[in-house]
Ligand binder design. Sequence first.
Ligand code: CA
Ligand code: ZN
Length: 297
Amino acid sequence: MRTIPKDKVIFSFNRKNPHAYFVENGETFWVEVDDCYSGQISSEKVLRPQIDISIMDCSVGPIGVAGAQSGDVLCVEVLDIQFAPQGVMVTSPKLGILGDRITEPDTKIIPIKDSFALFSPDISLPLTPMIGVMGVAPREGDIHCAIPGDHGSNMDTTIITTGSRVYLPVAVPGAGLAVGDLHACMGDGELSGTGIETAGKICVKTTVIKQGFTSRPMVETADSIYTIASDGSFNAAVRAASEDAVNFLMRKKALDFPDAYRLLSAACDIQISQLVNDAVTVRVRAPKKNLGIESIL
Ligand code: CA
Ligand code: ZN
């Protein structure tokens, strides 16, 4: 199995970015990634205001997937996530929901050992591995890797983890997949503005689906289907994720809009992915068993 090294990265998603790597349709491969600071924070002496934030969340790729065409959907199945032996969490004035209470920036290095993040002598957090940035080339624009959108990117969504299938709408031949921003732990919302930011590698399988069933990211896990939407306005993000969920229910269960809308309210949950990026990210969870749905397709 091949490993894609982390030396070719993008700083923004753009349909004009040439592919740096190529994989086959259906190929399984590893991708090495730096942490979201490109390793700039190597010790507790390095503070967030001192680093170059223009390169934050830079992502390995673009990876061209053979056979992907505009209008297809790319399925990225996450098979494994492995971490470097330490992660980092910064605080900094204005960072996160309560950043106004931070007066001095501060960096904490957090060792990672035996499936735990060793936060302090008496707090060992079980790892909750997740991929912060996963996206494809957008239909238009030059979108910095820190900003999530319909093309995916910095969605900071806890369910993008081992065992999940992430579905992304393809806008260019080859799709232009790029990934980065691993978190050893993160809670929904990413409230202080960062997860436990950790370098590492991820194992994924990329499959092209010749059926343009979504124009925004969706995720399937063992028990749920999720629609994901990002927007500068929280309400607009909720609306977009709800629209996608209703459309999915109408298609999958052959329902008219009123019944799909009822089911959205009776059986599905709105959940927050992150509230701290330039656009917020939310998701609607549709439980497969309760709705009698076997799979996304
Ligand atoms: Ca992130
Ligand atoms: Zn991150």
